[in-house]
Every structure is written in structure tokens, then in C-alpha cells.
Design a protein around this ligand. Structure first.
Ligand code: NAD
Ligand code: UDX
Length: 483
């Protein structure tokens, strides 16, 4: 009778929290501890208000917390006791020094690895859960094996593919689980051990095992391919507006080809989130380091089109409103980077709001899941600073005065000249647009960055409405935006 397997996960964030909660739920025979250096985060995980909003997560946590799932700040104790240590710390883009603006900052990862080496008294499997540059495992291995304590560490790469907003469902039914390890007897044994954890609920044919480098690179590749699809459809959206084609119709026709497939072809104001841009920049940097500038250039374009899409949107707003938004109230509906999350990391709303504020607009923001504090912080932080732990961020940023945050869409739009829809929250589909129109300045504009409104309906109400990639009305045609 073997002893109960113990898992410890370093990093109680968007990935560590939900992933470990689902492992605990599906594996009652395994004890799971999630540890973090952030005291407020751990306190929140142990409270009724979890630190992240994710449909279905409360339920999973409630079922296991205190039984075989624990959240703790006693990092060293739990690492020491564990058989398997997941590392799911943040891996931001470097802001200074070699590779600034591109390379992954492995400071948090390295300090976690050194701590594991220091406190361990027994053999362990160390799992890379964070997204890291290819070949990181080699560096981690060096840190861990130079311990001269005779402890055996096996490094595995087990990247996470969950998307926010659907994390619990993605974890319950993953398209695949990817485990990379050394092609040695010790490596293979470690792979088998981790596989047996996932085998509690994931069918065998959905668990892929590879060498370490393939696993690390597959994660960057998958995110690059996904982001590329969005930039492709967004590039088409600009051409649709110029020609009178409708991007929804084009995307539907294209996606009907079974080789292309229908998913992830929604034109938008741009992709956001903590992963796509960071991971592509990381990929670009790795290509450059490996003497592949053409490959690096190729992937850079995905980000360039995304930046273009965001500035094109701002230009459209300003140009349509007589080339000035100075002192005009503009309502922003949605601030999160996608619906069903409170996460604002790299959300296109930050760039759009900063663009409008640069043109002296007054913005009134409503998002059902994002707090005023968060929005103010996002609008004052520098590029790339968001991915550093909260305790390293300015505690009380000087509030941006032209920004107000409200808790109701009607309040946000009252007396406004324009409405910008930046997140596809379901509730924005069913707003009373007649009521909104009546409360606004005239002419009243809607700029729909997510294709949520019924164009025909709102135009009939009287709005001048721009929707990404849709045929323009006469007003918009007469007020062309310069790129
Ligand atoms: P996050 O910032 O939400 O969480 C990271 C946590 O690690 C923070 O709470 C931080 O306090 C903690 N931490 C940092 N250093 C620590 C240390 N030395 N000891 C203990 N705790 C420490 O980040 P996240 O969104 O969960 O992402 C984590 C990793 O997973 C990243 O590499 C990311 O690229 C990757 N990833 C994210 C997603 C996603 O949807 N967010 C999806 C797949 C992969
Ligand atoms: C992504 C990957 O999907 C996931 O596999 C990986 O583990 C982490 O990165 P996430 O960033 O949470 O997940 O959300 P995702 O659904 O991929 O959306 C990313 C951004 O792209 C959002 O801003 C979303 O609005 C945008 N998007 C998505 C589009 O603009 N159009 C689409 O068709 C799909």
C-alpha cells in the first residue's frame, strides 16, 4: 500500500488555482497544496470571494477545500513535503536589460527553482506549468541538480492550454494534456507518474507525451497559431470595410472549409489577455537568438496587425466625431479582455481608452466584473508592468481624472456622445438601446468592437453605428479615418 501522493503548486494565480482545484476534485486520493508568496491572494482563496472570477470554479473549490485541497503561504513546508511540485509562477516580458520588451523574465521562476533546491530533502518531480522559453528546463535542471545533496529531481514540461472564462470546462475536458520529459528511464518514470494523475479523468488517447523541448515549444506554437487566426480575420475586416464585404459572412464561408474550421474567426477590436502577445514576443526573441530573423519577422506581423487593429478603432472613433473627442463623454462598455472574466491583462480596452484620453475625451467605463481600482491601475501602469506581482505595483496610483467608473451601462451612456463596446459580455446584446439613445447627445454613435449589436436595429433607432468589418453607413463613409 503506497503512501498518498502529495502535490504542491507554487503560484496561486489564474492557472495554478483552477488547475489544482480540478486535480483535487478528480483525484480524491491525492493531497494538493497551492502556495503563493502573496498573502492577500491566499487569503482570498480561503474565503468566500475567490481572487479570480471563473464560471464553475466556486463549486469545485467548495467541494475540495479543507479536504484534499489547501491554499497556504507556507511555501517551503509544502514544497518540502511534496512528491510532485508544479511551478505556475508568472513569466512576464522583460522590461529592462538584455531582450527587454521581448524575452521572458524568468526571475520568479528561477527564485522558485532555487527555493525548491534549498528546501528539498527527498526526490521530486518538478513540473513546468508556466509558459516558458524553449530550453528553460535545461536551466532549471542545472539549478536543481547542483544541490550536491544527492537528491534526484526529474523535470517535466506540462504546459497549460486552458482559456480564461472557460477554465473549468477546459480542465474537465481538455483537447489534450501534453507532458514532455527526458528520454531516460528516470524521465520516463516521471512522465508515467504525472500521466497517472491526469488519467483519473482524461482518456489515454488525449494524453500526449513528448521530449522536453517539443512540449515547451508546442505551447508557444499553439498560442502563436491561435493569435495568427485572429490577426488574419482582423486584417480581412479592414479590407471588408473598404470594399463593402461583411467579415462575418467571409469568416463563415472560409471556416466552412473543414481544413480551416469555424472556431476562433471572430473579428474584434484586437486580442488581449496575458498570453498571446507575451508568448509571441517570446517566440520572436527565441527565433532571433537562434539566427532566424525571417521566422521572427513572420510572427512579429501577428502583433503588428493587432496593434494596427486597436489604433484603427480609435482613429475611426475620432474621425467619425468631427475629428475631435475633446471633452466629449464617451461610454466604454466592457473593460475585461474577453467576456466571463474579470481579467484585464493586456485588454484592448487599455489601448483604446489611452488613445481616447490622449485626444482629451472623458471616458465613463462599465464592466460587470472589473473594479474601479483595477481600471485606474491599468490606465496608469506602463507597458509590460502588469505581469509583476501585485505587491510590486504602485499601491495608490494617481487616478486619471478624465475617467469615471460606474456600475451600470445606462449610467455610463447617459449624456454621452458615443458608446464603445470593447468586451462581448452577453448582457450588452440585450440592452435597451432605444433608452440609451434617448439619454445621449446627438448625433449618437455606437462603435462596436465586438460585433454584438444588431446593426439594423440600432441604425433604425437613429444611431450612427460602426461595427468591425461590416459595411459602412453613409456617415462613416464621408468621414474616412486615416490609418
Ligand atoms: P498569475 O500572475 O495569475 O499567478 C502567478 C502567481 O505566482 C502570483 O500569484 C505570484 O504571487 C506567484 N509567485 C511568483 N513568484 C513566486 C514565488 N517565488 N513563490 C511563490 N509564488 C510566487 O499568472 P497566471 O495567469 O496564473 O500564469 C502563470 C503562468 O501560466 C504564466 O507563465 C502564463 O504564461 C501561463 N499560462 C497562463 C494562462 C492564462 O490563461 N492566464 C494560460 C496558460 C498558461
Ligand atoms: C489563450 C489560449 O486560448 C489558451 O489556450 C492559452 O492557454 C492561454 O491563452 P485566453 O487568453 O484566456 O486563452 O483567451 P482566448 O479565448 O484565447 O482569447 C484571447 C483573446 O482573443 C481575447 O481578447 C478574445 O476576445 C480574442 N479573440 C478570441 C478574438 O478577438 N477573436 C476570436 O475569434 C477569439
Amino acid at each position: 500500500h503506497s503512501k498518498m501522493v502529495k502535490i504542491c503548486c507554487i503560484g496561486a494565480g489564474y492557472v495554478g488555482g483552477p488547475t489544482m482545484a480540478v486535480i483535487a476534485l478528480k483525484c480524491p486520493d491525492i493531497q494538493v497544496a497551492v502556495v503563493d508568496i502573496s498573502v492577500p491572494r491566499i487569503t482570498a482563496w480561503n474565503s468566500d470571494t475567490l481572487p479570480i472570477y471563473e464560471p464553475g470554479l466556486d463549486d469545485v473549490v467548495k467541494q475540495c477545500r479543507g479536504k484534499n485541497l489547501f491554499f497556504s503561504t507556507e511555501v517551503e513546508k509544502h514544497v518540502c513535503e511534496a512528491d510532485i511540485v508544479f511551478v505556475s509562477v508568472n513569466t512576464p516580458t522583460k522590461t529592462r536589460g538584455l531582450g527587454a520588451g521581448k524575452a521572458a523574465d524568468l526571475t520568479y521562476w528561477e527564485s522558485a527553482a532555487r527555493m525548491i533546491a534549498d528546501v528539498s530533502k527527498s526526490d521530486k518531480i518538478v513540473v513546468e506549468k508556466s509558459t516558458v522559453p524553449v530550453k528553460t528546463a535545461e536551466a532549471i535542471e542545472k539549478i536543481l541538480t547542483h544541490n550536491s545533496k544527492g537528491i534526484n529531481f526529474q523535470i517535466l514540461s506540462n504546459p497549460e492550454f486552458l482559456a480564461e472564462g472557460t477554465a473549468v470546462q477546459d480542465l474537465f475536458h481538455p483537447d489534450r494534456v501534453l507532458i514532455g520529459g527526458r528520454e531516460t528511464p528516470g524521465g520516463e518514470k516521471a512522465i508515467a507518474t504525472l500521466k497517472s494523475v491526469y488519467a483519473h479523468w482524461v482518456p489515454d488517447h488525449n494524453i500526449i507525451t513528448t521530449n522536453l523541448w517539443s512540449a515547451e515549444l508546442s505551447k508557444l506554437a499553439a498560442n502563436a497559431f491561435l493569435a495568427q487566426r485572429i490577426s488574419s480575420v482582423n486584417a480581412m475586416s479592414a479590407l471588408c470595410e473598404a470594399t463593402g464585404a461583411n467579415v462575418n459572412q467571409v469568416a463563415y464561408a472560409v471556416g466552412k472549409d473543414t481544413r480551416i474550421g469555424p472556431k476562433f474567426l471572430n473579428a474584434s477590436v484586437g486580442f488581449g489577455g496575458s498570453c498571446f502577445q507575451k508568448d509571441i514576443l517570446n517566440l520572436v526573441y527565441i527565433c532571433e537568438c537562434n539566427g532566424l530573423p525571417e521566422v521572427a519577422e513572420y510572427w512579429k506581423q501577428v502583433i503588428k496587425i493587432n496593434d494596427y487593429q486597436k489604433s484603427r478603432f480609435v482613429n475611426r472613433v475620432v474621425a467619425s466625431m468631427f475629428n475631435t473627442v475633446s471633452n466629449k463623454k464617451i461610454a466604454i462598455l466592457g473593460f475585461a479582455f474577453k467576456k466571463d472574466t474579470g481579467d484585464t491583462r493586456e485588454t484592448p480596452a487599455i489601448d483604446v481608452c489611452k488613445g481616447l484620453l490622449g485626444d482629451k475625451a472623458c471616458v465613463s467605463i462599465y464592466d460587470p466584473q472589473v473594479t474601479e481600482d483595477q481600471i485606474q491601475r491599468d490606465l496608469t501602469l506602463n507597458k509590460f508592468d502588469w505581469d509583476h506581482p501585485i505587491h510590486l505595483q504602485p499601491m495608490s496610483p494617481t487616478a486619471v481624472k478624465q475617467v469615471t467608473v460606474v456600475w451600470d451601462a445606462y449610467e455610463a451612456t447617459k449624456d454621452a456622445h458615443a458608446v464603445c463596446i470593447l468586451t462581448e459580455w452577453d448582457e450588452f446584446k440585450n440592452l435597451d438601446y432605444k433608452r440609451i439613445y434617448d439619454g445621449m447627445q446627438k448625433p449618437a454613435f455606437i462603435f462596436d468592437g465586438r460585433n454584438v449589436v444588431d446593426l439594423e436595429k440600432v441604425r433604425e433607432i437613429g444611431f450612427i453605428c460602426y461595427s468591425i468589418g461590416k459595411p459602412l453607413d453613409a456617415w462613416l463613409k464621408d468621414m474616412p479615418a486615416v490609418a
